[in-house]
Design a protein around this ligand. Sequence first.
Ligand code: GMT
Length: 376
Amino acid sequence: MAADTLRVGITCYPSVGGSGVLATTLGEDLAARGHDVHFIAYERPFRLPSDAPRLHFHPVAINEYELFRFPDYTLPLSVRMAEVSRDHRLDVLHVHYAVPHATAAILARAMLPPGQQPRVVTTLHGTDTTLLGHDAGYAPAIKHALASSDAVTAVSESLKRETQRVLDFDGPIEVIHNFFAPRPPSRPPEVVRRELGLGDEVLVVHSSNLRHGKRVDLLLETAARVRPLEAFKLLILAGEAFAPFAGDVRRLGLTDRVIVREKVHAIEDYLQIADVGLYTSDAESFCLSILEAMCFGCPSVSTRVGGIPEVVEDNESALLVPAGDVAALVKALETLIHDEPRRHALGRAAQARARERFSAEVIVPRYEALYRRLCR
Ligand code: GMT
């Protein structure tokens, strides 16, 4: 192994979600740069390739004992983290999302003798602060895990400020923005357009886990108020089942306007034909989905919340409107549907911004530098 090779353990939520996507992409990129990367989770992260050199996956087995009403993940995870750290002499354990990953990493480190302890890096992604940080049953444990980490990073300045405020945390937090490294689409654009039954409509895309904060109600209401309805189709790339919203689609007269694809792996196939992104969230520490669209020259209409104004500039690479303002969302979306030159200008600016600020080439060396600083 080369002297400058790092051995990095990564734990994330392996399901469809921004933090898991970011962690997986980071691991892939670190491996491509010659580092040894070990994923530790209850399931293989959904975008993790199975054949890449230097990428390893260590499953965490969870037993369900009759004795316990709720199965415990934190302890088996910490034991697996300690085993992998010891067996593969990890330099760094990088955990994405504080609960319970940071707590498990702190425990794993404490289980190992001093010479075998990895450095613990905790990356905050959003709801670990903005939701759980408000819960008195979690906040002290989150704050303890952050204070015990060797380094804490947040995916936006906005999330850093929220973490300081909500958790009253005064330790150092380094802001390292998210990045996205798109893979080449697996199918030509015309094949994907045919699959979706698209004619010359503008394709509006929304990609999320559909949780409450994404405000799918506002997303559909916005779509229903756009005129003329025939000018666009709305493609929803759903990380979770869309069934709970199917009734709203019918009620709003959107049945022939909305196309849904659930748990899509080859997201690039659809992003390559996307014209406008639509995001109506109440809160968002970064919004990786907006960045994913930017990488394909697709500008978004979005609410101006959390870290989104760090990702895009209003009127330059996106149109931002106040949270909850459906009339403003409709107006902005109609503008981009009908004004093709404006849409393309914003899209070009969005793509350039994604390359300059949020590419793997820019962001991954920041994590590498952090790991090296901690391991000196
Ligand atoms: O959006 C979610 O609820 C999922 C969550 C996650 O942990 O996957 O997303 C958070 O992390 C993403 C990656 O850093 C960010 O792009 C999202 O903005 C953030 N979500 C929220 O803050 C609500």
